[in-house]
Design a binder for this molecule. Structure first.
Ligand SMILES: [Zn+2]
Length: 218
């Protein structure tokens, strides 16, 4: 059973999703994509969940702000950076697919976010395809998708790489790190010392960007 509501966090209405679980013992609170997600034992009083959130609102607010900063999207000036390139955004009525000319991305009013994502994912696809060619690695396929819990994956047998489209909104060094990480898996389908040596050979300063990526919630 779940319940969606809104709660005030330091004066700002914030979406709250509560999941009640029969096997839960404690109340658990986290922030995911700027939404407060709480899980609680079945029948747990809503008031007590709200009180617990209120008690932790500074920490929650900080986390929401951190996610907002680290995650992308369009800034106050109406600009967005996609695969290292900054574009301005222009809203055009009745447009069903984003298109780009001279550094301006035009998107329709409806499904604006999906249209922007579609454009960003295509840019990421091109970027990764070029990187695969310039790295001289033989792959059989490249997929860009929406994944809840991974930035990239590599099928060692089929040699098909998959990347999370959200990478498009992160700095190019971070994108490159994920690329080299998956490329290294073509040789080592594990996270052994040999695997990490392979990554280091491909990108000597990978640790900086690995750390940076860890700061970003998918
Ligand atoms: Zn890995």
């Amino acid at each position: 059973m779940s319940r969606k509501t809104t709660i005030m966090i330091n004066g700002n209405p914030t979406p709250l999703d509560i999941t009640f679980r029969a096997n839960s013992v404690n109340v658990n609170i986290r922030v995911d994509s700027q939404v407060i997600k709480a899980s609680a034992p079945k029948g747990y009083p809503l008031k007590q969940i709200a009180a617990l959130i209120e008690k932790n609102q500074d920490r929650i607010e900080l986390e929401i702000r951190r996610q907002r900063q680290l995650r992308r999207r369009v800034d106050r000036q109406g600009q967005v950076t996609i695969v290292g390139r900054t574009y301005s955004i222009e809203k055009v009525a009745n447009l069903t697919q984003a298109h780009c000319q001279g550094g301006v991305i035009s998107i329709g009013h409806q499904n604006a976010q999906e249209q922007l994502d579609g454009f960003a994912y295509r840019q990421l696809h091109n970027y990764m395809a070029k990187k695969a060619i310039s790295s001289g690695v033989a792959i059989n396929g490249l997929r860009i998708g929406r994944y809840k819990s991974k930035w990239g994956s590599c099928n060692y047998r089929t040699r098909i790489l998959a990347f999370n489209g959200e990478l498009a909104f992160l700095p190019t060094n971070v994108i490159d790190y994920v690329f080299y990480h998956e490329i290294a898996h073509l040789k080592h389908p594990n996270h052994s010392a040999d695997f990490w040596r392979e990554v280091e050979g491909l990108m000597p300063d990978y640790q900086t960007y690995r750390k940076e990526l860890k700061q970003v919630q998918i």
